[in-house]
Write a new protein. Structure first.
Length: 91
């Protein structure tokens, strides 16, 4: 990943330069928003060349990762790899 933009306590924006073919050129953005006395993580994995099955798999895995991160921060509970939720044969 190459850092495109970073603002402490606000934003991290990456561009994928190597890795799985489908990921190269995609962008991953984590934006923090303070609202209603809590911090929200606005997440985006964008600019896929086409909507292949791997994109859907990654979307689900990102959701699992972000929910695990929330549980770790809020309740000191976590499910890191290799104990995360399996969604595909071979995960």
């Amino acid at each position: 990943m190459k850092v495109v933009k970073s603002e402490p306590k606000k934003l991290v924006h990456w561009k994928c330069t190597r890795g799985p073919n489908e990921w190269v050129g995609t962008e991953v953005i984590f934006q923090l928003k303070w609202k209603d006395e809590q911090t929200f993580v606005i997440f985006k994995h964008a600019n896929w060349k086409e909507p292949v099955e791997f994109m859907h798999h990654c979307s689900t895995k990102w959701a699992i990762f972000l929910l695990s991160l929330r549980d770790w921060l809020e309740r000191s509970e976590r499910r890191p790899y290799p104990y995360d939720v399996k969604i595909h044969v071979g995960d």
